[in-house]
Design a protein around this ligand. Sequence first.
Ligand SMILES: [Zn+2]
Ligand SMILES: [Zn+2]
Length: 205
Amino acid sequence: MQVQQLVVGELSTNCYLVVSEDTNRAAVIDPGGDAPLILSAIHKAGVTVDYIVDTHGHLDHVLAAADVQAATKAKIAIHKLDVPLLTNDPTGLADWLGVKLPIFVPDLLLDEEDELRVGDITLRVIHTPGHTPGHITLLTAGAAFVGDVLFAQGIGRTDFPGGSYQQLMESIRTRLLTLDDATIVYPGHGPATTIGAERRQNPWL
Ligand SMILES: [Zn+2]
Ligand SMILES: [Zn+2]
């Protein structure tokens, strides 16, 4: 598995291009803007994109989903509980950016323990609510794509409608801190980290 981090959009969101090198299949996680940059990375890698996966429905994680889909024909997947966010943006970003909702209609509605196969990679869906009701983390061998649940030295905001600090902390405690210390954490913003580093140093935990 090869992971390319692209920083996209007004809020410097991490979009990840996850590549199965043996099969040249790929997934795009959180295409939050700058579709040309994402498409150029896909083109350079020479891969076929099977899935566009949104860790959650906030606009800064989905803004380029339709453009990436138009160019790749990949299926867009999001947890069912975040579908309302696609038509009713609680962050105010849609107004700020002058974007009309919805940007896309999802092809796949995800739920706990669903699995997405990308070549020889399996992305396992776990439900990690708190930042949004339908926030997911994608687990694969040795890595977790955690969106806005956990950051290096930080945790996700819970002050938007539908957010819950209690739920967020429970998601982190029961679903993320139970992972191996060596697990690489790919967050929605900022640098990558590991479960072990956050367990030891994250002031919020
Ligand atoms: Zn968010
Ligand atoms: Zn975000």
